[in-house]
Write a protein that binds this ligand. Structure first.
Ligand SMILES: C[S@@+](CC[C@H](N)C(=O)[O-])C[C@H]1O[C@@H](n2cnc3c(N)ncnc32)[C@H](O)[C@@H]1O
Length: 186
């Protein structure tokens, strides 16, 4: 990554493909980890009630604020996950998270975009542990995972947290398989 924020890649394209058929009209949407703003933009183009988007990286916040400046019904917040959010509930929460396994802490914003912690699922688990407080009862969470991560442990965690999941899209790259999952309360 030669930019200071995450530029769209295969995972971003797969995520966009997975949400292509979703109807976001009049919905409240939260995007965690906005990066360049491309996913939030797609949501904003569909007349949602509002989009709140978050990134811990100030360069991503700056870039996406610029990118989405034509839209009114949005708020872009610099935050470590939910830390700086108001207590409000969303119909959809989207997160294409840092998902590659490594136990080393990110050294900079570039590494933060892809270093998912132990088993590649630590950031995701931290996100999931708080996400129900921000999700409407009928709401859905959409996440991306890689088979390089500890998928079995993630599945156990989803079960423990009371989430059901279904596959929305998948893609096999030459070194990993990416999947986009939709979660809801069971
Ligand atoms: C894989 S990138 C996805 C970016 C963009 N949504 C896309 O699909 O192209 C993950 C994003 O999550 C952000 N991120 C990582 N850890 C975070 C945290 N604890 N809180 C908020 N954002 C975080 C990164 O800065 C990065 O922009």
């Amino acid at each position: 990554m030669n930019k200071k924020y995450y530029s769209p890649r295969e995972d971003t394209s797969l995520f966009l493909e997975a949400i292509e058929e979703k109807n976001f009209e009049n919905k409240k949407i939260l995007e965690m980890g906005i990066g360049s703003g491309i996913i939030a933009k797609k949501c904003l183009e569909e007349n949602p009630k509002k989009v709140v988007a978050v990134d811990k990286n100030k360069h991503a916040v700056r870039k996406s604020r610029k990118e989405l400046s034509d839209f009114n019904n949005k708020k872009i917040i610099k935050s470590d996950l939910f830390a700086n959010l108001n207590q409000e509930k969303f119909d959809y929460i989207l997160f294409n998270p840092p998902y590659l396994p490594t136990e080393k802490e990110p050294l900079n914003e570039e590494e933060r975009a892809w270093k998912g912690g132990k088993g590649g699922i630590e950031v995701l688990k931290r996100f999931l542990s708080e996400s129900k407080d921000y999700l409407e009862e009928h709401g859905k969470i959409i996440i991306l995972v890689s088979d390089l991560g500890d998928i079995n442990s993630l599945k156990n965690y989803l079960e423990k947290m009371g989430f059901e999941y279904k596959l929305l899209a998948k893609e096999k790259l030459f070194f990993e398989k990416l999947s986009v999952l939709e979660l809801k309360n069971n």
